[in-house]
Design a protein around this ligand. Structure first.
Ligand code: PRP
Ligand code: URA
Length: 212
């Protein structure tokens, strides 16, 4: 795959261990949901080394000391419905006060084109770093559609987080939106004729919510 400036593929051994269990068809809904959250927290920890911070004074029992804390409202979490919802708690573990917007998109099963059905974003989102969440980056159509919607709302600082991606999806998003930072835990081989990632993990939404 061509290298893109703003694309990071973690391949971190601690994340890869969890992805191995996530992929396993025997992994049930509860464990799947917990793993998605844990992987997301690890990804955010790696990706947000340059999160906006501010200085405050803290009084210990002994003296006052200047400390660095994360700016409140520094980030806004935006899951792509449905499967992105499974990643929200994983970001909240590290950014407990982050506000959450929602973007509803589904892929047409025939054309694989994304269709928008919902969008509710917090006021002031355009001044924060938007963490756009979706476990699966397949054709890239849903991610490009979601980023288009965020940019129409004035968002300038967007980062996309996917647990599994494929070269086609990364190329599509990186070339449509070269300014967006893309973080992917691991890169899979490609897509089957129905647009499913291979080897992948199946339908992320169904496995998170038990709909199949
Ligand atoms: C899945 C997944 C992504 C999208 C990825 O959602 O969660 O949003 O497919 O595919 P793409 O990169 O080819 O656009 P789906 O459309 O199945 O909706 P769901 O989450 O409601 O099941
Ligand atoms: N969406 C999923 O949930 N899984 C895939 O493999 C591709 C898109």
């Amino acid at each position: 795959m061509k290298e893109y400036k703003n694309v990071t593929i973690f391949n971190h051994p601690l994340i890869m261990h969890k992805i191995a269990i996530l992929r396993d068809e025997r992994t049930g809904m509860k464990e799947f949901r917990e793993l998605v959250e844990e992987i997301t927290t690890l990804m955010v920890y790696e990706a947000f080394k340059d999160v906006p911070t501010k200085k405050i004074m803290v009084k210990t029992p002994l003296e006052e000391v200047e400390q660095t804390i994360v700016e409140e409202h520094a980030v806004t979490i935006v899951p792509i419905l449905r499967a992105g919802l499974g990643m929200v708690n994983g970001v909240h573990t590290l950014f407990p006060t982050a506000r959450v917007g929602h973007i509803g998109l589904y892929r047409d099963e025939e054309t694989l084109e994304p269709h928008e059905y919902y969008c509710k974003l917090p006021d002031g989102i355009e001044n924060s770093v938007v963490v756009l969440l979706d476990p699966m980056l397949a054709t890239g159509g849903s991610a490009v559609g979601a980023i288009d919607m965020l940019k129409k709302r004035g968002c300038k600082n967007i980062c996309l987080m996917n647990i599994i991606g494929v070269p086609q999806g990364i190329k599509t998003v990186a070339e449509a939106h070269p300014d967006v930072k893309i973080y992917v835990s691991t890169l899979d081989r490609g897509l089957n004729e129905h647009g499913y990632i291979l080897p992948g993990l199946g339908d992320a939404g169904d496995r998170l919510f038990g709909t199949k």
